[in-house]
Each structure stands twice: as C-alpha cells, then as structure tokens.
Design a protein around this ligand. Structure first.
Ligand SMILES: CC(=O)SCCNC(=O)CCNC(=O)[C@H](O)C(C)(C)COP(=O)(O)OP(=O)(O)OC[C@H]1O[C@@H](n2cnc3c(N)ncnc32)[C@H](O)[C@@H]1OP(=O)(O)O
Ligand SMILES: CC(C)C(=O)C(=O)O
Ligand SMILES: [Mg+2]
Length: 516
C-alpha cells in the first residue's frame, strides 16, 4: 500500500512574522526561504503582498529566487485589490499559489466583516474565480473554521471548489478546537462536500491551548493531506503548529500515522537556528525536537540506559534532525580542513570567501575560548547572515564597574566622518554602555527589550545578547555575540540602532551621518 505524502505548507514568513515584535527584512526572508527550500517544504507562504511595500518586495524576491522546488504562496483577502497585489508579487514564481481567505464564523461575520452568510459565500466564490484567471493553484481558507457552523462551512467549500480552488484550508484560527473534535470536523467535510475529491484538504492550527500539533495530527488521521505550520512554532499570539514537531511525529510514528512527508529532516535544526536568530526569538531549552535539552540526559538512570543503547531514552536520533554528536573538538589548534568539514556536517554550504571570513572569526574566537562547539559555529554563521550595512560600528569599549562605585563606560564608534567617542555613567555596566552609545550617536534610543544568554556552556561560553529598540511604532532587533557579555550587549545595541536607522532614517540630532 502506498503511504500518503502529507504536504508541508510553511508559513514562517507570513503567519510566523505575525509573532508580536518580529519584523523580517527582505534579505532575511530570502535567507529563510532558501533554508526552507533546502528543507524541502512543499509550499512557502512568503507574505501578504498588499500588507506593505516590504512584504510585497519579499514575496517578489522569494518568487524570483526560489526555483525548482516549493510552490510560492501569497496571501490575499477575498477582494480584487489584494489578489492583484498577490498576482503581481508572484509574477516570477515558477509555481505561484494564491491563498485567499474570508472568515466564516458568525462572530467574525457579524462583528468584523459586517456581512451576512450569503454575502460571505458570494465573496469567497468571486475571489476564487478571480484568482483562477491568473493562476491554476488557488487555496481558499475559511478563517475561524473551527468556530463556524459545519453545514455553512461545507456549503462554502463546495462553492469554492466549483469556482476552481484546488486546496481548501480549515483553520483553527484561535486555537479553540481539540483533537477529537477537529478530527471529526475533517471527516464531516469529507463526507458532506460532494466535490471534495477535486481539492486537497489543508489545516492551519494555532497553539492558544497548546494543542496545535495534536489537532493537526488528528486532522491527518482523518484525511487532511496538507498541514500549515511554522518553524519553531512562530506565529500570531501563541503561534502556529510547529513544523519540526509535526514532521518528526510523522517520521517517528510512520507505522501509526501511515503517512510521510518530503522533508529532509537533517535540515531541521539548522533551519530552526537560522529562524531563531533572524527573528530574534530564542528557542526554549525544553522545546521538542530543536530545544537545547531535546537530546540531553541529566539523570544517572537515563545516562546509564543511553550509554548502553541510546534508544532506551531517545525516540529520535539527534543526527536525524541535524544535531551532530561529533566528538572532534575544535579549538585554537584546529586547521581549515577540520573547520570546513564541520561546517559541511552542520549543513552549511558556503562559498570560499565566506568560509575564509568565518575561519578568521573562528580563530579569533578560539583564542578566547578553550573549545569551540557546534553551537558557537552556528552562531558565527548566523551572525554572518544577519550582517547589515552599518551606520555605526563599535571599534572600542571600556567599562569600569563594581559593587561600591558608579559604573562608567567609554565607547568609540566608527562612522563615515571618522570616529566619535563618549563616556557615560549608568546603573550597572550594561546601562552605562548603552548610555555611552546613545551619547555617541547623539539621539535618544527607545529600548524595548534586552536579553542575554550563553550560547554554549562553560566559563568561557559565547554570550548572545538580543536587543530590541523602537521607532515609529516599529521594533528592530540587534544581536551581538562575544565571550565578553558587555561587548555582546554593545554590539547588539549598535546593531539594533543600525537596523532602525535603515528604516526610520537618521534623526536630525545625530552626531554623525554614519557609515554605509
Ligand atoms: C487570521 C490571519 O492571520 S489573517 C492575516 C492577518 N495578517 C495581517 O493582518 C497582517 C497584514 N495586515 C495589514 O497590513 C492590514 O491589516 C491590511 C493592509 C491587510 C489592511 O489594512 P487596512 O485597510 O488599514 O484595514 P484594517 O486592517 O484596519 O481592517 C481590515 C479590513 O479588512 C476587512 N477584511 C478582513 N478580512 C477580510 C477578508 N478575508 N476578506 C475581505 N475583507 C476582509 C475588514 O472587514 C476590514 O475592512 P474595512 O476597512 O472595510 O472595515
Ligand atoms: C489566513 C488564515 C489561514 C490564518 O492565518 C488563520 O486563520 O489563522
Ligand atoms: Mg493563522
């Protein structure tokens, strides 16, 4: 018997970007799209083209650059303007998909759309028919399907399939359903939509009650053949169903679900790290599949079992998701071959200029650290990805602090006009550093959030700082990496300021015009 292949529709770049505080730039979206193509997802939802010029540009770039693999989807409300924007953004896609949607629950229709059932039905049909004039692959979503009247849902799905939709999506928009209820809904749709054999059934689950993955799997058990999900479970509110969890559930329990995906599971971990770095959202250590502890064993009885046979306490092998267990330790005496080899093992295919640049950074790091771990290397590579044109570059810093003195920081920033240097006092070394940087750039910076964590363990661990700053109601993140946490913090702050200036422009009070 042939095992059905479940399509993975990745929405990291669309619903994932709706994670509060996340704002990906065009080149960052492209970098993630390339990783998703390597992961072999079936569809990349690249954005919502009418939403902003940046989203339009990102969908266009992804459509132009990602070839020979996934279909590229653009989201559109059920209206001609939105569909026209999606059509234009997807012009260069090899396999464009228009994803149009309208809400079908009574609460959404009455209070949000202010439309009757008849109007929503007519609008959905019109939108699908209009989209089909431009592309063959049209997906229709009934937003808030899980809180909609089941017979109305079946009526609208029948109508949109007749109008040309090749995929009908059943979203649990607010994460309200439960596995048995959602499974029954999918079965009901299969039994009550007469033309359902002409369309694929997709599901799109949110995690408000922590059941998005369980609900998606229940839908698969009842005949859904596409799941919409996001890397690291990013998405609106509590997020979408996590791609890595759905894929690894199907992979690990293939004999139970009797379904598989086309995903190259060895790319999962690398993609997860890239998304976490570029989105500025850390992965919790206890996160399934990609968390730091997902394959770590703390207690003696478990360690004993794992040493005898790892399957005693591991249902998946770390290598299957791309986490290397390599015993070769890289350090200051390691050479280029070992370094290049490790990059390849970690799934990075980089040109020789990039490898050369990274090797220099690796040696600098190895001078400051006894051992360089895989996660240090991933951090170096992902930092390379997020390098942006800079207005300001940190060239020197000095901090004095103690428990009975006022912390004082001095910074020197390079700009196109030369250097600018300032000193400030603060409530602790990081505050003093941030104040010195603010004085150096010459304008007030609105700090939203600041986190620091160790990338690896040990006293010489690489520290990763993430800083969020705000301007014109938009948030910008910066990331800094160093064995010195104050330096990591300063780099992250300057990085966030650079990103902010690229979008909001340089305030008049600025000391310098900056470097570009
Ligand atoms: C469940 C989801 O995740 S849906 C996707 C959600 N994502 C986003 O909203 C991110 C991008 N959104 C945006 O940038 C903006 O909301 C835009 C550009 C889409 C629209 O902006 P605005 O025109 O300023 O409208 P605003 O967002 O305030 O309100 C939404 C409008 O769309 C209408 N609308 C909402 N969903 C739909 C739909 N599926 N089909 C047709 N109209 C819809 C609402 O009724 C409202 O109409 P009104 O302006 O006539 O009252
Ligand atoms: C646009 C739709 C599919 C959506 O994101 C939702 O309903 O959650
Ligand atoms: Mg959603």
């Amino acid at each position: 018997m042939d095992i059905p292949v479940i399509k993975i529709f990745d929405t990291t770049l669309r619903d994932g970007e709706q994670t509060p505080g996340v704002c990906l730039e065009v080149d960052e979206k492209l970098e993630i799209a390339q990783a998703l193509a390597k992961l072999r997802v079936d569809v990349i939802e690249a954005g919502f083209p009418i939403a902003s010029p940046g989203d339009f540009a990102a969908v266009s770039q992804v459509a132009a650059k990602i070839k020979g693999g996934p279909a590229i989807a653009g989201l559109a409300r059920a209206g001609q303007k939105d569909i026209d924007a999606a059509v234009n953004a997807l012009k260069q896609a090899e396999r464009p998909r228009i994803h149009t949607f309208i809400a079908t629950s009574d609460i959404h229709m009455e209070y949000k759309l202010k439309m009757s059932r008849e109007q929503v039905l007519a609008r959905a049909e019109e939108a699908v028919r209009y989209a089909r004039k431009f592309v063959e692959d049209v997906e229709f979503s009934a937003e808030d399907a899980s809180r909609s009247d089941w017979d109305f849902l079946c009526q609208i799905y029948t109508a949109v399939i007749d109008a040309g939709a090749s995929t009908i999506n059943v979203p649990d928009t607010v994460g309200y359903t439960s596995p048995s209820e959602f499974g029954a809904l999918i079965k009901y749709i299969r039994d009550h939509v007469p033309n359902i054999h002409r369309a694929a059934i997709s599901v799109h689950c949110h995690d408000d009650l922590g059941m998005s993955v369980a609900n998606s799997l229940a839908a698969i058990e009842n005949g859904a053949t596409q799941v919409e999900c996001a890397m690291n479970g990013l998405g609106e509110r509590a997020g979408n169903a996590s791609l890595e969890e759905i894929v690894m559930a199907l992979h690990t329990r293939k004999e139970f679900y009797k379904a598989e995906t086309r995903i190259d599971t060895t790319q999962i971990y690398r993609t997860s790290r890239l998304v976490s770095t570029l989105a500025g959202i850390s992965v919790p250590p206890n996160k399934a599949v990609v968390g730091e502890n997902a394959f770590a064993h703390e207690s003696g009885i478990h360690q004993h079992g794992v040493l005898n046979n790892s399957l005693t306490y591991e249902i998946m092998r770390p290598e299957t998701v791309g986490i290397s267990r390599n015993a070769i330790v890289l350090g200051k005496h390691s050479g280029r071959h070992a370094f290049e080899d490790r990059l390849k093992e970690l799934g990075f295919e980089l040109d020789s200029d990039t490898v050369n640049m990274l090797f220099v950074r690796f040696k600098e790091l190895a001078d400051r650290k006894k051992m360089v771990f895989d996660r240090d290397i991933e951090a170096l590579v992902n930092e390379k990805v997020s390098l942006k044109p800079e207005w300001y570059r940190l060239s020197y810093h000095h901090v004095v602090s103690g428990n009975q003195m006022l912390a004082t920081a001095t910074v020197r920033l390079e700009t196109s006009n030369g250097v600018v240097e300032h000193a400030s006092c603060g409530d602790g070394p990081v505050d003093a550093m941030f104040k010195a940087i603010e004085a150096a750039v010459g304008f007030k910076v609105s700090l939203q959030d600041y986190t620091i964590k160790a990338v690896t363990s040990g006293e010489d661990a690489l520290g990763e700082a993430i800083v969020w700053v705000e301007c014109d109601d938009r948030s910008f993140s910066g990331r800094g990496l160093s064995t010195d946490v104050i330096e990591a913090s300063a780099k992250a702050y300057v990085g966030a300021i650079n990103k902010m200036l690229a979008v909001c422009g340089v305030p008049e009070t600025s000391n310098e015009t900056g470097i570009r």
